[in-house]
Each structure stands twice: as C-alpha cells, then as structure tokens.
Design a protein around this ligand. Structure first.
Ligand code: UN1
Length: 504
C-alpha cells in the first residue's frame, strides 16, 4: 500500500530501482486533492535500461510454451480476484470513479487475464487448403518481440491487462508506462508480476510522463506500440510509428459518441441508457456519449425525463455506494470541461442543466479540494457545425439533437463527427435497429443498451479519428504477433500455384 514514507520505484529487469532521474511526482486523490504517495519520475535512460532488459529476455521467454507462460498470468488472475474489494478501492481513490466502477475495473482486468491465459490452449494459426494437393499450407503466429504499452488513467487496471496479458502469453516481452495520474495502480500491478515470479526483463514498468512514453514509442527495439488514450497523442504515435518500417502501432482513442432514440423507442430504456452512457465515470470513458439524437415525436418527453435525472443525479464521494458520479481526474481537466461548457454557451445553444459548479452543500465534507463538476445538458441544432457538438470533451457535457424523418436521417447525424468509436440505437423496430447496425460508422454498436460496458472477448476499437487498430481485448493478438504463411511440399516435384509453369 502506498504511504508517504517511501518513494515508489520503477520495476526494471526484475528489480525495484530509483532509475536515473532526480524528480519525483505525487499521485493525487481527485476527490480530496490529497496525495496518495510519491513516485519516481522515469527518464529516457530508464526506458533504455528497460528496453535492453526486455530485448535480452525475449529468447528465454519465447522458449517457454504458451501454456507455461500463461501460468504466470493465472497467478495474477487469482490475486486480482482475491483482492477485488481492496484494489477496487485503490482504483476509486486514485482515479475518482465511484466504487462499483472501481471494482468493475478490476473485474475487467481478471476477465482479460482469464481470456489470454485460457487462449494459451487454443489453436495459434490456421490450416489452409492449397491448390496443389501435395502441398500443406498453414498460417502460423509468432511473437513480434518487444511490446511497448502506454495506458490511460480512466481504466488503470483493466487497460494495462488488455495490452499486456495477450502480449505476454503470445511470447512478447513488455515495457509499460502507466498513466501519470494512476501510478499507484501501476505499482500494485508490478508487484503482482514480481510475486508471480515472472522471469527478469519479461515485464518492465517505468513510471513517468509524456517524455517517458515518447522514449518507448521512438525506440527501434520496440516492435509494437500499444496505446489507449487521447486522439491527439494517438495520432502522433501512429504517424511516428508509421515512419519506422517494421514497427507497428495499435492505437485506440476517444469518441464523440451518440445515442439515437427513434420514434419507436421504449423511453424507459432510452433514458436509462443515456444516463448510464453520459454520466457514468463522470463522462470520462472514451465510449461515453456526448450526443443524444432524438426523434421529434418523442423528443419532449425524452428531454423532460433526461433533464430531470441530470438535475438530480448524485455527485460526491466515490467511495460511497450511493454516489453515481465521482470527481473529474484533475484540476486541468476540470478547466477543460468548464471551458467547453462556456464554449457551448457562446455557440448559443439552449442550456437545460448547468451544474458546472456544484453548490457548497453538494460537496461532501473533507472533499472541498476535489475536482467536482455536475452534468451540463443543452439542446443544439444538429445541422450546425458547432465545436461543442463535434469535439470530444471527456466529461458530463451532453447535447440533445432533435431530428425529424427516418432512420437514415438519424444515422447521417450520428455519423457527422470525425470520430467513430461507440454508439447505441434505442428502438423497438428491428428494421431501424438493423439499419443502424449496418450503417453507423463505429466499432462498438449497441441496440437497446448503453454504449458503455463492452466485454473483453469482443473486439474493442473504432474507425475514423477513434483509432487505427485494436490495442485491446481479444483483437490485440493481431498487433502482437507476426503471421507466417508456411507451405510444405510433400512430393518430389515442384508444382506451382496459379497454374504457373514449373518447367525449366
Ligand atoms: C474506455 O472507455 O476508455 O466498454 C474504456 C467499456 C469498458 C472499457 C472502456 N469495458 O465501457
């Protein structure tokens, strides 16, 4: 457990180390503003040491079977389950999500570990037919080598395991930088790998900021970069890595996600789904919805009911079970969300709920320095190209966009953002649902559900500005393995495919 008596270190090559830097940083509880512990700030030299260790460890790690490698992860799986409550509280204290979300983060982590470790006993390639009967053809996978992982603060336990569990079972070694806002979760995960006895250099954790992440991304020894985080950083990583032949980046970024409520919607489901998607995690999921596209026939009733909840929804101490929304992650983020709320007003939208500043009596005692914000809900014209309805805010900032006409119109509005991560349709009409499924430009599409809460054995990623790959869940396997097309001739003759003459 973190305390103020020691400065927490990096975990490199099987050792805890101060690294080369002089600087340290604090982890802050966003609900109280108080420090949770002090951590070493990594430098590019520390990344260099970690990458040297990861490269050195590759051969020995790859000599093990998938099943033996998975054994280390099964230990971690049991540890995550046994420490569910305790770790859930750590997540809540460090990233501010209310406690059921803190615990769900840990649950999602063990689900990912279970998937990856279980997959060790599944086929690792394909048997492929050949045009030539005497040929055997296969697709075989092998590890890419060293995987660099850069993870966000909003899922500080689950997302690191999205990146690392499959990478490790497939035979890669890992250098990981946890988010600078959630180093305590990073510390605990590193302790778990140490306790599981993972061989030296196979798993390395360097705490730090953007320069530490950049050192991972830029280094030639890294074969795959996995990134989950902001569109800005993700685009930079994708273009940098794109210029380095042989290296791959899978990035999953944000969204400006929509829920479409048609004239055929069950409004109980619609309101419930919109509240969950817009306000859970205080709007700080990349899949959170900031646009509600609602048909004119049900618009007034939906608006009245949604606004009623938004005015009332509880914001407060995330450790209390009755809290629905915790604080924002940090003061700088509160400023950003506040600026977007102000921008919306300047863009002349019709504000319906403005809880940008909470009343004093809403803020729990001892939490005066938390980064509090409540829902901000407004109606805007779907046809206008406003910044507030098109840019990702990453907070409880929600636009109601009324439409008239058919499902095609709703889906056109849905698709009118640069992003394409998650979205939902609420309707009792299967034709509308199917149209949405086939035409919404998103990676995660939901019918009659919130657009948050994906399960790890589904692909998780998006299109357009939301990402260029799947650094997550089951699809991560594509980013961390090479495919070899292996073809074997069983005859004494050379016979070619495509009818190519083999005469010489
Ligand atoms: C994120 O939104 O940043 O689908 C990740 C979900 C979670 C993961 C969210 N399983 O809501």
């Amino acid at each position: 457990m973190a305390n103020h008596d020691e400065v927490y270190q990096h975990y490199i090559d099987g050792e805890w180390t101060d690294g080369t830097g002089e600087e340290t940083f604090e982890s802050e509880n966003p609900a109280t503003g108080k420090s949770l512990g002090e951590f070493r700030r990594g430098t590019p030299d520390d990344v260099d040491t970690a990458l040297a260790a990861a490269t050195e460890a590759e051969e020995e790690w790859q000599a093990l079977s998938h099943i033996d490698r998975a054994e280390y992860l099964w230990d971690i799986y049991h540890e995550l389950k046994e420490r569910h409550q305790e770790l859930g509280e750590v997540v809540t204290k460090e990233c501010g999500k209310e406690i059921s979300e803190g615990k769900a983060d840990v649950t999602e982590a063990w689900h990912m570990v279970e998937w990856a470790a279980g997959d060790a006993r599944h086929p690792k390639g394909d048997v492929v037919p050949s045009e030539i009967p005497a040929k055997d053809a296969y697709m075989r996978r092998k590890p890419r080598g060293v995987v660099g992982c850069v993870t966000p603060w909003n899922f500080p336990v689950a997302i690191p395991f999205w990146h690392m569990a499959v990478s490790l079972v497939e035979g890669n070694t890992v250098v990981w930088k946890p988010a600078e806002q959630t180093p305590w979760c990073g510390q605990i995960i590193a302790e778990m790998f140490e306790e599981a006895g993972i061989p030296d250099g196979v798993f390395n954790m360097v705490q730090g900021f953007g320069d530490t992440g950049e050192a991972i991304v830029d280094d030639d020894r890294v074969d795959t970069v996995l990134f989950t985080g902001s569109a800005e950083v993700g685009q930079e990583i994708a273009s940098k890595v794109g210029g380095q032949p042989g290296k791959l980046a899978a990035c999953e970024m944000g969204g400006k996600n929509n829920i479409v409520v048609t004239e055929e919607a069950d409004l109980d489901i619609a309101v419930h789904s919109a509240v969950m998607s817009s306000f859970k995690t205080t709007g700080q999921r990349c899949v959170s919805s900031e646009r509600l596209v609602v048909h004119e026939d049900v618009y007034d009733e939906f608006k009245e009911r949604f606004v009623e909840v938004a005015k009332d929804v509880s914001v407060g101490d995330p450790l209390e079970e009755e809290t629905f929304m915790g604080p924002l992650i940090e003061e700088g983020h509160k400023e950003k969300v506040t600026e977007y709320n102000e921008l919306a007003k300047r863009e002349d939208v019709n504000v319906l709920v403005d809880r940008t500043e909470l009343d004093d009596d809403e803020i729990p005692e001892g939490h005066e320095d938390g980064h509090w914000v409540g829902p901000f809900v407004y109606e805007a014209d779907a046809q206008e190209n406003l910044r507030c309805t098109h840019e990702e805010v990453f907070g409880p900032h929600v636009a109601l966009l009324k439409y008239s006409g058919d499902i095609e119109t709703a889906v056109d509005i849905h698709n009118d953002t640069d992003y394409g991560l998650a979205g939902a349709i609420i309707s009792e009409d299967y034709r509308q649902i199917n149209y949405f499924r086939d035409n919404a430009e998103i990676g995660l599409a939901y019918g009659n559900l919130p657009c948050i809460g994906a399960e790890v054995h589904l692909p998780f990623g998006g299109v357009k500005k939301s990402g260029n790959g799947y650094p997550s869940a089951r699809e991560v396997i594509e980013a961390v393995t090479e495919r070899t097309a292996w073809t074997l001739n069983n005859s004494k003759d050379i016979q070619m495919a495509q009818g190519l003459s083999a005469d010489i």
